[in-house]
Design a protein around this ligand. Structure first.
Ligand code: PMP
Ligand code: GLN
Length: 387
């Protein structure tokens, strides 16, 4: 393994899911739903396979049906904020959000460029910045004493920008904290990006999983459309994490740049699933509302259960993750806690320290996923109460 990747090893998600299988534990670690997405969307994939749609290389930017569906979905949910994309020049289909993140960083960074990322950050960010030869500059989100919600310190963000800063890599709704950046926070980020002439890659894969407040796409703010690469994914919104269908929307120039990198990573993304996701995106508003309401209920079950079990819970406004503080239980090392938890309680969780450069900042925090059936969450809670 070369020096750029040496520090990364095996992802925590693979490690913890293997541990869950080995110990027969309830897996609240890796974020994947234990119920597959809509039947009619699965049928659409089967139909595409049978009818020979996409069984050979589809077009590089994605099939026109899916690019159109991405643009229409954007208009339906964010058109009132002024967002619109041309499906021919401003949409790119990718192999999940993961490829979109990698391709965007590989396309836009010069070696030595600095990238600001909100810490704790999703694990692939650090690895992809490294693969692109960039330098990551973390800005730490911290729980605000008054509200208990993780918040961005805007002064810290402004201070992190240097002459070498090329871009900000943002994620809202935010994994693992469940924070949804507010209009004020996003406005400040946008003003900074414009003032310092920065690009922003914004990972909005949890855009529909918002329980309180509102998801505001950064690209909808003044001056941002032409400097923002927005990333979405069917994995989260339609509960098909195994299909690996994601997309990028941006200006024609930035989409062309990201496509240049994508061509040599995967060339194209899997064909039949693109037809199915095009149909999924067109599902009525009621689908999206039901998904959110179902996950809100699950959040409440897990948040209450974890609180009763003695964890300090940071109640998430979005995503399907809950970050907890284990110190009230008498522990302060999340890694040790998560490695022992399967044996002690038959539950798997993720130590947030893996999402930090400043490991000490993340040490006492542990993440649980709630995209699971209610009976599974209730069983996990009863096991954790016996800790
Ligand atoms: N970004 C974030 C913040 C995520 O949580 C995930 C999935 N866990 C991804 C990107 C990757 O998405 P995909 O599965 O579509 O590659
Ligand atoms: N995004 C998912 C999570 O945060 C996992 C994705 C993965 O395993 N790479 O749990």
């Amino acid at each position: 393994l070369n020096r750029r990747l040496a520090e990364f090893g095996t992802t925590i998600f693979a490690e913890m899911s293997a541990l869950a299988v080995r110990t027969g534990s309830i897996n609240l670690g890796q974020g994947f739903p234990d119920t597959d997405g809509p039947e009619e969307v699965r049928e659409a994939a089967v139909r595409a396979l049978r009818d020979g749609l996409g069984n050979q290389y589809p077009p590089g930017p994605g099939i026109p049906e899916l690019r159109t569906a991405v643009a229409e979905h954007q208009k339906r949910f964010y058109g009132h904020l002024g967002l619109a994309s041309d499906p021919d020049t401003e949409v790119l289909v990718t192999a999940g959000a993961t490829e979109a993140i990698a391709a965007a960083l590989l396309a836009l960074l010069e070696p030595g460029d600095e990238v600001i990322a909100l810490e704790p950050y999703y694990d692939s960010y650090a690895a992809c910045i490294a693969m692109a030869g960039g330098t990551r500059v973390p800005v730490t989100l911290r729980p605000a004493p008054e509200t208990g919600a993780y918040a961005l310190d805007l002064d810290e963000l402004r201070d992190a920008v240097t002459d070498r800063t090329r871009l900000i890599l943002l994620n809202t709704p935010h994994n693992p904290t469940g924070t949804v950046l507010t209009r004020d926070e996003l406005t400040a980020i946008a003003e900074l990006a414009v003032a310092r002439d920065l690009l922003v890659i914004t990972d909005e894969v949890y855009e529909h999983l918002v329980f309180e407040g509102e998801h505001i796409p950064l690209a909808s703010l003044p001056g941002m459309r032409e400097r923002t690469v927005t990333i979405g994914s069917a994995g989260k919104t339609f509960s098909f994490t195994g299909w690996k269908v994601g997309w990028v929307t941006s200006s024609p120039e930035l989409v062309t740049a990201v496509r240049s990198a994508k061509q040599f990573l995967t060339y194209v993304s899997a064909g039949p699933f693109q037809y199915a996701v095009a149909e999924a995106l067109a599902l009525p508003d009621s689908y999206y509302t039901a998904l959110r309401d179902d996950l809100r209920r699950k959040r409440d079950i897990l948040a209450r259960g974890l609180t009763e079990a003695g964890f300090r819970v940071f109640r998430p406004s979005g995503t399907y993750f809950i970050t907890t503080d284990i110190r009230p239980l008498g522990y302060d090392d999340g890694f040790a806690f998560c490695r022992a938890l399967p044996e002690r309680a038959g539950v798997v969780a993720i130590p947030n320290a893996v999402f930090y450069d400043h490991k000490d900042q993340g040490a006492p925090f542990v993440r649980f996923a709630f995209c699971k059936q209610e009976k599974v969450l209730e069983e996990a809670v009863s096991r954790l109460r016996a800790l």
